[in-house]
Each structure stands twice: as structure tokens, then as C-alpha cells.
Design a protein around this ligand. Structure first.
Ligand SMILES: [Zn+2]
Length: 173
């Protein structure tokens, strides 16, 4: 299990380079990502290579769509190597987002993003895949691809007073 880097670390704001799809290093990073996310899975939608110290374009995205549609009761992590968002809807949706690299996932804000996207990537076996994502899953994919570009969700939260702790959110309900 690797330590999850926290906001302020330069690796998180450095754009990542393309990963070599079939390399040993890529497989090692995927293994470390899967091991690390297992320790935090209850409050995680994804994890990207820069968050564990590698500026390579590799990320895990939790298949929230399958969980929402009740197609899967267990958590499935989609391994995405070199993901590219090829289509974004002009329609926008807003969801609460947090990040394991921002106060260890303890701060949340409402973030507006494209409500539907198409993402193209290579899976862990090096096969090209295309997925259409909507709802919260669409936000998860955009959040993780942002990490690969050195962008944290804080970029979309210009006013710090719009950040909430989990306790504050519960009190609001
Ligand atoms: Zn994040």
C-alpha cells in the first residue's frame, strides 16, 4: 500500500505523461493503485497514479454506474490507461465531490461538470475500450482525468467557504 499524496505536493499539479501500455512499470503502478484503493474504498470513487507518486496517465474509476443500476453489488474498478475524453455533453450536472488528496478525502464541494461523456482508454490487458459515462460516474471519470492533467477539484471551488466537512454536510441535511 502506498501513501496518498496530499494537496501541496508538486506531483499532484504536474501533468502526467502517457504510460507505456504493456510495460512492467505500468502493471506495477496498477497493482499499487488497486492495493491502495482497497484501504479507502468506502469513500472513494477513484484513484490516479499521480496520487501515489507517479506522473503517468493511469487511473482507477469506480463503476458507480453498475452499482446504481444494480448490475453489480461489489465494487468494480475500471483500470484506465491513457484515458482520453472524446466527447462531452453541453448539458451540465452538479454533484458533491471530495478527493483523497485533499484533506484525506475529508472536504467536499459541489462541482459542475459535463453530465455525459465518452472516454476512450486501454484496459489493464492493453485492449482499447470506449465507455459512455453519465451521472456520478461521469464526474468520477472527469475528476480522475483531471488528476492526470495536474488539476484538482479545488480549481472549480474558487470560494473556500464552499468547502464542507462531512460533519457539516450531515448537519445541513
Ligand atoms: Zn481526486
Amino acid at each position: 500500500m502506498k501513501k496518498i499524496l496530499q494537496f501541496g505536493n508538486k506531483i499532484l499539479t504536474t501533468p502526467s505523461v502517457l504510460a507505456d501500455i504493456n510495460s512492467k512499470e505500468t502493471q506495477k503502478i496498477i497493482k499499487e493503485l488497486l492495493e491502495t484503493v482497497e484501504t479507502v474504498k468506502d469513500h472513494s470513487g477513484g484513484l490516479s497514479a499521480p496520487q501515489i507518486g507517479y506522473n503517468k496517465r493511469i487511473a482507477l474509476c469506480r463503476r458507480m454506474d453498475l452499482e446504481e443500476e444494480n448490475k453489480s453489488k461489489k465494487i468494480i474498478w475500471e483500470v484506465m490507461i491513457n484515458p482520453v475524453i472524446t466527447k462531452k455533453s453541453s448539458e451540465i450536472s452538479t454533484f458533491w465531490e471530495g478527493c483523497l488528496s485533499v484533506s484525506n478525502g475529508g472536504l467536499f464541494a459541489e462541482v459542475a461538470r459535463a453530465s455525459e461523456i465518452t472516454v476512450k482508454f486501454f484496459d489493464k490487458d492493453g485492449k482499447e475500450k470506449v465507455l459512455e459515462a453519465k451521472g456520478y460516474f461521469s464526474h468520477v471519470v472527469q475528476h480522475e482525468v483531471d488528476h492526470l492533467d495536474g488539476i484538482l477539484f479545488l480549481k472549480y471551488v474558487p470560494d473556500p467557504s464552499e468547502l464542507y466537512t462531512a460533519e457539516e454536510l450531515e448537519r445541513e441535511d
